[in-house]
Write a protein that binds this ligand. Structure first.
Ligand code: ADP
Ligand code: ZN
Length: 628
């Protein structure tokens, strides 16, 4: 008996509806069908008895259990012709039957039409049967957790949720910027292509490879490239697909997946977001029986169940290896781990070259300068960037992508869609002061990244933006650099205060304050850069768990927590003071820059610095320029 749960559910609903109508049908079919007797004329019961006395009634057919009679009678009013008449009887009366018999009237009794009754009967039955059936199955499903649900009847055999691509068509050439990973995985291709080379010398072929890295770095692409290079089918499923409402569905999906994979070996199975199922067991809600755990157990069982030389390689991806169940990482399972990170400068050039292949770039474009502008971009961001640029180019009816489209696309990818600039002069002036505040502090502090541009054109959530050129790949960050960052981020609010006064400051600094607090907090709790001393109060892994380490306060006492808060406040105040002072001391150029910004909407970094240099000394900044 192999049902799919989905199919059952899908069918139960129409069945219940049909059942209901059939059930209703028992009422509908009680309208009597009088056979061939078409009795349009009615006769009263009194007249019928009268006719009966007079011997005028020839025959009587009883319907509806004796409540209706079709009577053939000789009607004196119609020249004694025989008439067919309908009579409503007061019920089943034995006296009437006796009287009819006495008068030698042909009497017949008709039961209700049989098919109607049958339908009615079925209708009456189907509804409760379906209901009981549905309840029964639901009960079964949830009650047989421990022994592997669905095994008894193979009931949970799901509609496959995994994808299979016979040929991915992706090669190693399509993957760039993650060279180490590529090198490590080159070997997997050989496993798939020529397993004998390894088995001949008694080497055990690894079954599982775990790719670790943030989203968009090309983990899926890498797995597809391995399948593509080896020329084997590619099976993929996402960990989140396993986590279903019904217990046992995930486990049965794992079973299905491996069954199909075995039929198609050699092949590659890719499990995305494996952390969705592979979390440390026993930590979940619902005790030891929850769905995720069963799915994980099934996965482990399947992985142990095939020999290394079956020709199936499993590649899983996650960005949170720290939460994975240790059983997954044991030998014979995902015993190889390869980390995949956002590409560096050289890597970005590689990725951009891959994605520029099918795009028309004008000759002025230098891939290097795009790579330089995009530190921190993942492969997916870069692919998206070039695509956005191509869309803009088409919209502007240009022949080929130019640097203008690239720059706009970078801004869009980083900060969101461009909005329309404000016209209202007061808030526009305030926003201008806020942004110039950031920019001037950033320009005057030696350890701050240089300003790239300041703009009043809104993007995403921001009403105005100051862009800095990040100094990438410098490795370590100094205390003065962090302080400069805090001061720069406080520059916006400081300018508002300085120009409009304490009561006129706006909500615009919300994001800045969040950033500043996070930074200051890390200086105190992780980098030993406060009066609290050289303590590490939060470790980096907790950040991975909780996103920002803010919820992690109970690792230390209340007393220490209060001290941390104090120190954070000290650092933030210091940055705020630095910013206030710089703005006060340079108020003249700030005012001039604000006027210019309102007029032009955007000032680029070089022009900004030039103007500031007329009034103050602008420190030279050491910018690390990545070399090829
Ligand atoms: P992940 O699985 O790590 O989240 P994907 O492999 O799904 O990332 O990447 C999404 C897309 O981004 C890919 O299809 C590809 O177009 C592009 N991409 C990501 N990383 C790279 C890379 N290293 N080289 C080339 N393209 C990449
Ligand atoms: Zn700001």
């Amino acid at each position: 008996m192999k049902f799919s749960w989905r199919v059952i559910l899908l069918w139960t609903i129409p069945a219940l509806v049909i059942g209901f109508f059939l059930w209703q049908g028992t009422f509908a079919t009680t309208t009597t069908d009088f056979g061939n007797n078409t009795a349009s004329t009615r006769m009263t019961y009194g007249r019928f008895l009268e006719y009966l006395e007079q011997g005028r009634v020839g025959s009587v057919d009883l319907y509806e259990g004796g409540r209706t009679a079709i009577v053939q009678a000789v009607d004196p009013q119609l020249n004694n012709k025989t008439q067919v008449l309908r009579v409503d009887l007061p019920g089943n009366s034995p006296e009437l039957v006796a009287k009819l018999r006495d008068n030698n009237v042909a009497l017949e009794s008709h039961p209700a039409r049989s098919d109607g009754a049958l339908w009615g009967f079925l209708g009456n039955l189907i509804f409760p049967i379906l209901l009981i059936g549905a309840l029964f199955f639901l009960f079964r499903r949830s009650s047989n957790m421990p022994g592997g649900p669905g095994q008894a009847m193979n009931f949970g055999k799901s509609k496959a949720r995994f994808m299979m691509e016979a040929k991915t068509g992706i090669l190693f050439d399509d993957v760039a910027g993650i060279e180490e990973a590529k090198e490590e995985l080159q070997e997997v291709v050989t496993f798939l292509k020529q397993p004998e080379r390894f088995t001949a010398v008694g080497a055990r072929i690894p079954k599982g490879v775990l790719l670790i890295g943030p989203p968009g770095t090309g983990k899926t692409l890498m797995a597809k490239a391995i399948a593509g290079e080896a020329g084997v089918p590619f099976f993929s499923i996402s960990g989140s697909e396993f986590v279903e409402m019904f217990v046992g569905v995930g486990a049965s999906r794992v079973r299905d997946l491996f069954k199909k994979a075995k039929e198609n070996a050699p092949c590659l199975i890719f499990i995305d977001e494996i952390d969705a199922v592979g979390r440390q067991r026993g930590a979940g809600i619902g005790g030891g029986n929850d769905e995720r755990e069963q799915t994980l157990n099934q996965l482990l069982t399947e992985m142990d169940g095939f020999e290394g030389n079956t020709g199936i390689i499993i590649i899983a991806a996650t960005n949170r290896p720290d939460v994975l169940d240790s059983a997954l990482l044991r030998p014979g399972r995902f015993d190889r781990q390869v980390s995949v990170d956002a590409p560096d400068f050289k890597g970005r050039i590689g990725v951009l070259e891959v994605h520029a292949r099918n795009k028309k770039l004008s000759s002025e474009i230098s891939i290097e300068s795009i790579a330089r502008r995009t530190p921190g971009f993942t492969g997916a961001d870069l692919a998206n960037l070039l695509n956005e640029a191509a869309i803009l180019t088409a919209r502007r009816r240009k022949e080929a992508i130019t640097m203008a489209e690239i720059n706009d696309a970078v801004d869009r990818v980083v900060a969101g869609m461009e909005g329309t600039p404000l016209v209202d002069s007061k808030s526009k002036r305030l926003i201008a002061y806020h942004e110039v505040g950031h920019a001037i502090v950033g320009t005057l502090l030696k350890d701050h990244d240089p300003v790239q541009k300041v703009t009043l054109i809104p993007r995403g959530q921001a009403q105005g933006l100051t862009w800095f050129t990040p100094n990438e790949e410098q490795g370590l960050t100094t205390r003065s650099q962090l302080m400069a960052r805090i001061a720069g981020a406080m520059g916006g609010r400081a300018a508002e205060e300085e120009v409009f006064g304490y009561h006129e400051v706006t909500t615009g600094a919300g994001g800045d304050l969040q950033q500043v607090t996070g930074l200051a907090r890390q200086m105190v709790t992780r980098f030993g850069m406060s009066e609290l001393g050289l303590l590490s109060l939060e470790d980096q892994t907790s950040e991975v768990f909780l996103g920002n380490g803010l919820m992690n306060r109970n690792e230390y006492s209340e007393e220490v927590a209060a001290k941390i808060d104090d120190q954070v406040r000290v650092l933030v105040e210091k940055g705020h003071d630095m910013a206030r002072t710089l703005i006060r001391d340079n108020r003249v150029v700030v005012d001039r820059l604000v006027d210019l910004l309102i007029e032009k909407e955007t000032i680029d970094g070089a022009e900004f610095r030039q103007i500031v240099a007329e009034y103050a000394e602008v420190p030279e900044k050491e910018q690390y320029v990545p070399q090829l």
